[in-house]
Write a protein that binds this ligand. Structure first.
Ligand SMILES: *[C@@H]1O[C@H](CO)[C@@H](O)[C@H](O)[C@H]1NC(C)=O
Ligand SMILES: *[C@@H]1O[C@H](CO)[C@@H](O)[C@H](O)[C@H]1NC(C)=O
Ligand SMILES: *[C@@H]1O[C@H](CO)[C@@H](O)[C@H](O)[C@H]1NC(C)=O
Ligand SMILES: *[C@@H]1O[C@H](CO)[C@@H](O)[C@H](O)[C@H]1NC(C)=O
Length: 510
């Protein structure tokens, strides 16, 4: 028998004694909807959770009209028996039970939809009933810190899709006493017991991201390119003083080391022009260079020095073709520097346009909108700017300024023919913007802590955003087509700073 019945028994006994005078404690007023004795408080139809004192071994609050249990309500209690059945509870705040180590807790017949992962953080010992609520899913590892657990989950609305995989595995392996968990969806799982399942055959199982390969070097950027049916990735690794080029090994199914372009690197960007591969290697202060792939020797050799009189701290390099012409831009992040556009003239790249006197650009992004090429530059110290390519003058002309500040990087992406920007802020909120009639407008803010990249990518017709973090878990968001916003998808272990993704490849790099 689950102990819920025990407490109900206690409640019925106490209710029949209501006529007896209550034993009031010193300095404690028994709330008017309650009946208080030495060891318990019983409230019926209360509109709030009554304050409970440490002497109350058990408390029952039933048929109340409140919808929330607030933070630290019971922080002063060492252990507690609490019955909150048949109220209108929707939310139990994260640390409602902080400080407690032992809890017997019944919230049957409320309207709870989920439990917070942090709800039971300090507890060692929990007897719990969530029966007859409206729970569709529980967060992973909800119970993992507990030493002992008795749990009743009957009468809920569990969705047994891929997100319930952990619960299925946990039900199989746990030592806890747990009721059966009956699925109400998806359609083919209706009325089945999750306890009996061995696998959940939903498609979302395959769309998770797992670490495939790590490169044992810190890196600042990763860039993929294809050349003659092979896929390469060029990784800028300043600590190894190298632009490391890897090639996809079709048999081993991973990237193998291919060549190292050795310099003090901050960025390496690949461009394939007229079936020749170039890698633009940007380095701090000492000038930047272009390397060309030498097919005979199967390695990259130096092709050209880049004229960099106005550049001292390159922070990003992007390449683009406009009609038949090739360009690349270097975003310069030094105070005195000037971001510069270079153009290919069949012999090499030469400096073509100095972009306006702009201090400390951190990222550049080209995009093509309605047949017009635009260039966006962002900076930690100024608002971002958009340039539009003018066909008549064959130059970039300054266009519009989205209302944003302190942007580290900008990336563009398309979802169903709509154009979006992902703008990363180091502190504060990173933003998703959508192109409206004539300008970009914010549609969503994602909290950022030490974020250096908000990288869009798509996989199996789904659109994702990876938000990197220097301090905590990096996060992956998934586009919700109905709500037209990104929903949180999952966290990626701390330390995997997400820097860059190839078209359909996600590089999680140390
Ligand atoms: C709470 O409400 C339900 C439904 O109205 C009722 O059956 C039950 O007796 C009430 N419980 C108490 C303790 O008043
Ligand atoms: C269950 O209990 C056994 C023996 O006490 C222990 O070795 C095991 O790790 C426990 N399993 C879980 C999932 O807690
Ligand atoms: C490139 O450098 C890395 C790290 O220093 C080394 O492990 C690798 O073998 C080198 N690859 C080539 C092709 O030289
Ligand atoms: C690029 O700019 C960011 C933001 O100011 C800075 O943290 C980073 O160190 C810069 N990278 C390089 C290679 O200078």
């Amino acid at each position: 028998m689950l102990p819920a019945l025990k407490i109900w028994a206690l409640l019925s006994v106490s209710l029949c004694c209501l006529s007896q005078p209550a034993h009031l404690k010193k300095g404690f007023r028994c709330p008017s909807t309650c009946s208080c004795s030495k060891e318990s408080v019983i409230c019926v139809g209360s509109s709030y959770v009554p304050r409970i004192t440490p002497n109350d071994i058990s408390s029952s609050v039933v048929n109340g009209t409140f919808s929330e249990v607030k933070e630290a309500m019971f922080a002063h209690m060492p252990s507690l028996q609490l019955l909150l059945n048949s109220n209108s509870l929707v939310t139990i705040r994260d640390d409602a039970f902080s400080g407690l180590s032992h809890l017997e807790y019944f919230i049957e017949g409320n309207k709870i939809e989920t439990a917070s992962r942090f709800a039971f953080k300090t507890l060692r010992d929990l007897t719990h009933s969530l029966a007859n609520n409206n729970i569709k899913a529980l967060p992973r590892d909800l119970f993992s810190d507990l030493d002992s657990l008795i749990e009743d989950l009957r009468g809920n609305a569990f969705e047994c899709d891929c997100h319930a995989t952990w619960l299925m595995m946990w039900l199989k392996n746990t030592n806890a006493t747990v009721s059966e968990v009956v699925c109400t969806g998806p359609e083919d799982m209706k009325d089945k017991r999750l306890n009996d399942m061995t696998s959940l055959h939903n498609e979302c199982i395959s769309t998770d991201f797992i670490l495939h390969q790590s490169v044992m070097s810190e890196s600042l950027s990763a860039d993929t390119f294809s050349y003659k049916n092979d896929v390469y990735v060029a990784i800028a690794a300043p600590s190894a003083e190298s632009c490391m080029v890897f090639q996809w090994d079709h048999i081993e199914m991973n990237f193998r080391t291919y060549d190292n372009i050795t310099q003090s690197i901050v960025g390496c960007k690949s461009v394939v022009i007229q079936s020749q591969v170039f890698v633009i290697v940007a380095q701090l202060f000492g000038g930047s260079h272009i390397y060309k792939f030498d097919e005979d020797q199967s390695r990259f050799s130096k092709f050209q020095d880049i004229e960099v009189s106005k550049i001292s701290k390159p922070n990003d390099t992007e390449a683009l073709q406009i009609s038949s012409d090739w360009f690349f831009v270097i975003a310069d992040s030094s105070k005195a520097g000037l971001s510069t556009l270079y153009k290919w003239n069949d012999k090499g790249f030469y400096s073509y346009q100095l972009l306006h006197e702009w201090y400390r650009d951190t990222d550049a992004e080209f995009l093509d909108l309605d047949g017009k090429v635009r260039l966006i530059l962002v900076s930690r110290s100024q608002v971002p700017v958009i340039y539009q390519w003018s066909r008549s003058s064959q130059k970039f002309v300054l266009q519009g300024i989205p209302n944003m500040e302190d942007v580290v990087t900008v990336k563009h992406f398309w979802i169903k023919e709509e154009l979006y920007l992902a703008m990363t802020c180091y502190i504060g909120d990173s933003k998703v913007l959508r192109w409206g009639a004539k300008q970009f407008a914010e549609i969503q803010a994602l909290p950022s802590r030490g974020s250096m990249i908000l990288q869009p990518f798509s996989f199996k017709e789904r659109s994702y955003l990876a938000l990197g973090s220097d301090y905590t878990f990096s996060q992956i968001y998934l586009w919700d087509d109905d709500k037209k916003v990104f929903e949180h998808f999952r966290g990626v272990h701390p330390g995997a700073a997400l820097l860059h993704c190839g078209f359909h490849r996600l590089q999680g790099l140390h």
